[in-house]
Ligand binder design. Structure first.
Ligand code: NAP
Length: 259
């Protein structure tokens, strides 16, 4: 019997640090700086080739492992039961940890056997080396299918004011699960948006903070903005002292339906 959800003693922190395209010492420094500022969720992936530097950054921070939530993702080339197991052990070694909090299938592929992949991931939970099983870049239909195989608790997808597939958010909500929004700043595009800047001005916040706040207020969403500098990291963390009103929420939601 799958007991993943009953075993869990941690939930997914709503704000995390994205680490795509940050590598080397810079990555370790970014991670340790973010943890010092108060981040407690780090998002990495086998495909980012930075798990070892993320691991070093976590060590550098001096924080206890149990106080940090680590998400990593299985590369598309590893989507068979034996490769999932082997690559997972590699991820543990690189991240210098005995367990992962959330393991995702990074991208679905036409050739993968979804049930076999998820069953292998659930076995890792039973082995006490993994807390949560999730997926990434899954359509709402594929996410629904995954629900038949066990507790798949999260779908990490692109979600920002310009790209927001509501059917995916609806499917996670319907199943009592959560969405992690990647590229929540639309890779920097939000900073040039006059509509978001105007709303931000009303609250003394930047367009980026407005985008992150909009995502959190949609509910059942975590955000993982990538930020290399301490200033950017700090700004992205500073989103818990204001609230967008219904009109502002509607206005931002309206952008993605039109563009
Ligand atoms: P993003 O977080 O939307 O945007 C990152 C860009 O915004 C960077 O250029 C960053 O610059 C800039 N930025 C961040 N904070 C800023 C601030 N306060 N002021 C001004 N500029 C700021 O893009 P992303 O990296 O695509 O997405 C975030 C994370 O999601 C990734 O790092 C990765 O962990 C994850 N992701 C997952 C998938 C998947 O397939 N599952 C795909 C893509 C991304 P600086 O670096 O200079 O601060």
């Amino acid at each position: 019997m799958i007991t993943a959800e009953t075993k869990l003693n941690k939930i997914i922190p709503v704000l995390g640090l994205g680490t795509w395209e940050i590598t080397g010492k810079n990555c370790s420094n970014c991670v340790s700086t973010a943890l010092r500022l108060g981040y407690r969720h780090i998002d990495t992936a086998q495909m980012y080739r930075n798990e070892d530097y993320v691991g070093k950054g976590i060590k550098q921070s001096g924080l206890l492992r149990d106080d940090i939530f680590i998400t990593t993702k299985i590369a598309t080339g590893n989507l068979t039961p034996s490769r999932i197991r082997l690559s997972f052990i590699e991820s543990l070694k690189k991240l210098e940890t005995e367990y992962i909090d959330l393991l995702l299938i990074h991208w679905p592929t036409a050739s993968m056997n979804l049930k076999a992949c998820l069953d292998t991931m659930f076995e890792l939970v039973e082995d006490n080396v993994l807390n949560f099983v999730g997926v990434s870049n899954f359509s709402s239909q594929l996410f629904e299918e995954a629900q038949n195989y066990g507790p798949v608790v999260n779908n990490q997808v692109v979600f920002n004011p310009y790209e927001a597939d509501r059917s995916i958010l609806d499917s996670v909500k319907r199943n009592g699960k959560t969405l992690t929004a990647y590229s929540p700043l639309a890779r920097g595009k939000v900073y040039n948006d006059d509509r978001l800047k105007k709303i931000g001005k009303e609250h003394g916040k930047t367009a980026g903070q407005v985008s992150l706040r909009w995502l959190l207020q949609l509910g059942d969403i975590s955000v993982i903005p990538k930020a290399s500098s301490e200033d950017h990291q700090f700004e992205n963390l500073d989103i818990f002292d204001f609230e967008l009103n219904d009109e502002e929420m509607k206005q931002i939601s309206g952008i993605s339906y039109k563009e």
